[in-house]
Design a protein around this ligand. Structure first.
Ligand code: GLU
Length: 276
């Protein structure tokens, strides 16, 4: 048997607020799976949305993670071979990935706003609380080379041209077999925002590739995003990691804890002497 690739896992908070119980559970699971595999755990701060992300929340995230006993091997505080570990410090790299996707004909510039899409589209499934309106396929440029001559993203949203009707399948290490239909469960999604910020789907794949991540552990709310991200891996000619989506914590009414405005922060719980 060939020697297996050493495990590299990551925890990747977005510092838009204090970490809550849902984060604590997902990140603890990520740390535990990494420990069991005798792997390397990376801490990455996903702060590309500078409007919503705040430095003090990033600092608080590091403190809170340490308070609940999570330790990492590489990160903004420790450094490591994959520096920078803070996404906002790596604009040139994300631009390089934008260029690769553009040159491959996988993405195109688009002037339609979220509002336009919401007004025109139907939601994929009413019962799906993450349902994002589907970008109408008739708005997609028919010329597969449209946008290839751009030297930079300019003042446009850039969308990924999804293969309508293709079933994207993967076997999740926790949730089991998954499948999503491109064009039905999700449509052409934004990878680059017209305000010059790489969108989550591009940034997360770009950094997971750059950091050599072998397993992604995150919340089950991102299962559909994984299907989108598999398409980005394919367009970049890269191998996706193993996926492991942690169950979400729900409140007594079945509502996702993270969605509640009063979701208790890790620091509040610790201050009240509650063991997490
Ligand atoms: N930064 C994302 C979040 O805090 C996590 C993304 C991921 O793990 O892929 O929700």
């Amino acid at each position: 048997m060939p020697p297996s690739v050493p495990y590299r896992g990551r925890i990747a908070p977005t510092p838009t607020g204090f970490l809550h119980l849902g984060h604590a559970r997902t990140f603890s699971l990520a740390a535990e799976r990494c420990r069991q595999a005798a792997g390397t755990l990376i801490l990455r701060i996903e702060d590309l949305d500078t409007q919503r992300c705040k430095k003090h929340f990033a600092e608080a995230a590091l403190e809170d993670l340490k308070s609940i006993g999570i330790a990492w091997h590489e990160g903004p505080d420790l450094g490591g071979p994959c520096s920078p570990y803070v996404q906002s410090e790596n604009a040139a790299y994300f631009l390089e990935i934008w260029k690769r996707l553009k040159d491959a004909g996988a993405i195109y510039p688009c002037r339609r706003s979220r509002k336009d899409v919401a007004a025109a589209a139907r939601a994929p499934h009413a019962e799906d609380e993450d349902a994002e309106p589907i970008f109408p396929p008739e708005w997609r440029p028919s010329d597969p080379d449209f946008g290839k001559d751009f030297a930079d993203p300019g003042d446009y949203n850039w969308r990924f041209r999804v293969p309508d009707g293709e079933i994207i399948t993967f076997c999740d290490a926790i949730q089991g077999p998954q499948n999503f239909v491109a064009g039905k469960d999700f449509g052409d999604f934004v990878v680059w925002r017209r305000d010059g910020v790489p969108a989550y789907e591009l940034a997360v794949v770009a950094d997971d590739i750059r950091m050599g991540i072998t397993e992604v552990v995150r919340g089950a709310d991102l299962l559909k995003s994984t299907a989108r991200q598999i398409l980005i891996y394919r367009a970049l000619g890269a191998t996706p990691p193993v996926w492991a989506h942690a169950p979400l914590i729900l409140d007594e009414n079945g509502k996702r804890l993270a969605k509640r405005s009063d979701a208790l922060s890790v620091r509040t719980l610790l201050a009240r002497g509650i063991k997490i």
